[in-house]
Design a protein around this ligand. Sequence first.
Ligand SMILES: NC(=O)c1ccc[n+]([C@@H]2O[C@H](COP(=O)([O-])OP(=O)(O)OC[C@H]3O[C@@H](n4cnc5c(N)ncnc54)[C@H](O)[C@@H]3O)[C@@H](O)[C@H]2O)c1
Ligand SMILES: N[C@@H](CCC(=O)N[C@@H](CSCO)C(=O)NCC(=O)O)C(=O)O
Ligand SMILES: [Zn+2]
Ligand SMILES: [Zn+2]
Length: 381
Amino acid sequence: MASSTQGQVITCKAAVAYEPNKPMVIEDVQVAPPQTGEVRIKILFTALCHTDHYTWSGKDPEGLFPCILGHEAAGIVESVGEGVTEVQPGDHVIPCYQAECRECKFCKSGKTNLCGKVRVATGAGVMMNDRKSRFSVNGKPIYHFMGTSTFSQYTVVHDVSVAKINPQAPLEKVCLLGCGVSTGLGAVWNTAKVEAGSIVAVFGLGTVGLAVAEGAKSAGASRIIGIDIDSKKFDVAKNFGVTEFVNPKDHDKPIQQVIVDLTDGGVDYSFECIGNVSVMRAALECCHKGWGTSVIVGVAASGQEISTRPFQLVTGRVWKGTAFGGFKSRTQVPWLVEKYMNKEIKVDEYITHTMTLTEINKAFDLLHEGGCLRCVLTAHE
Ligand SMILES: NC(=O)c1ccc[n+]([C@@H]2O[C@H](COP(=O)([O-])OP(=O)(O)OC[C@H]3O[C@@H](n4cnc5c(N)ncnc54)[C@H](O)[C@@H]3O)[C@@H](O)[C@H]2O)c1
Ligand SMILES: N[C@@H](CCC(=O)N[C@@H](CSCO)C(=O)NCC(=O)O)C(=O)O
Ligand SMILES: [Zn+2]
Ligand SMILES: [Zn+2]
């Protein structure tokens, strides 16, 4: 089914970040048609993730301005470029910042969900074909972000970055499976592979940390200790499986010592879901000698580095990291959507606010208030 806009430049609304930390501007943006191997998507709903804020803050070495941020969204394919075979206009899709080409060294390794096919272009804010942007305002190019740029009514992505999902799924909810919820669940199921009976510590009880707790509960963890400096998070965290709470501000001892004392020597698994390198160290050091594994999920600013005494690793602790929870995006996002449809995973519970794309600056302000987990923006009012 060809759309009337196929092959045409589409002018639509998008939130353009011109400079770090300066309010985004709702602009009329020109979105060029998709080229070979590209897909143009009508974005219907997009949520805000902490990583959008991170890049907007200017601390991301890959942050380029002006750009269109956003990477947790859902929409409908408007048109496809030459050679695109796996999706067609009308398909319901989730854009995936972590691509899956199924052909590159990474994809074929069976060892990682990272894909090398378009990463160099997505990190440079352009499309692979001609290393140019498909977005412009009055003829001036605007950079893409993470290969998704979902803070726009229309976006262009690589075909390897599109997951086709069940058309019955409510897009205003499953947009969250484009990042935060999937990442937390996958960190537990794929990266750490938490076993039943394990003791788990989760540092940071935002959406990602709560999804870690949910994943740990479903894996049969016996204790799930939630750590956050905002005690308001504790009430809601109970609904996601957290069994105990620790606020580092209530203790004089280093937080790793507090957790070690609480757990007869340390936890089996810990997850850092904040992006703070001191907390990453604490998360490693609260793990049990001999086997404890700590997974870094949080994204830390350019120039930040992690450290610990190598003795921590010599004595059996393992330090790992995860991107998109280790999920193979095109293959497994549709599977996650089915799990949601079958009521096997939560999604609605993470949505605390809804607004419109034009209110995006207000929505970012909300992110700093403890009460906001995910705010979903309607792109077309
Ligand atoms: N690796 C990935 O693929 C991936 C995917 C999504 C998000 N992320 C990253 O994960 C992190 C969490 O994302 P989010 O959207 O849940 O963020 P969020 O801001 O909603 O949650 C962070 C939580 O950490 C708490 N916190 C802050 N400082 C703390 C401290 N010193 N000790 C204890 N708690 C503290 C905050 O109160 C908040 O509850 C971010 O860094 C984000 O960029 C990574
Ligand atoms: N450009 C950033 C990278 C930030 C980062 O690590 N991103 C995560 C996803 S966060 C989603 O909310 C990721 O998937 N990383 C793997 C990749 O980017 O290939 C920086 O340099 O700090
Ligand atoms: Zn994200
Ligand atoms: Zn690949």
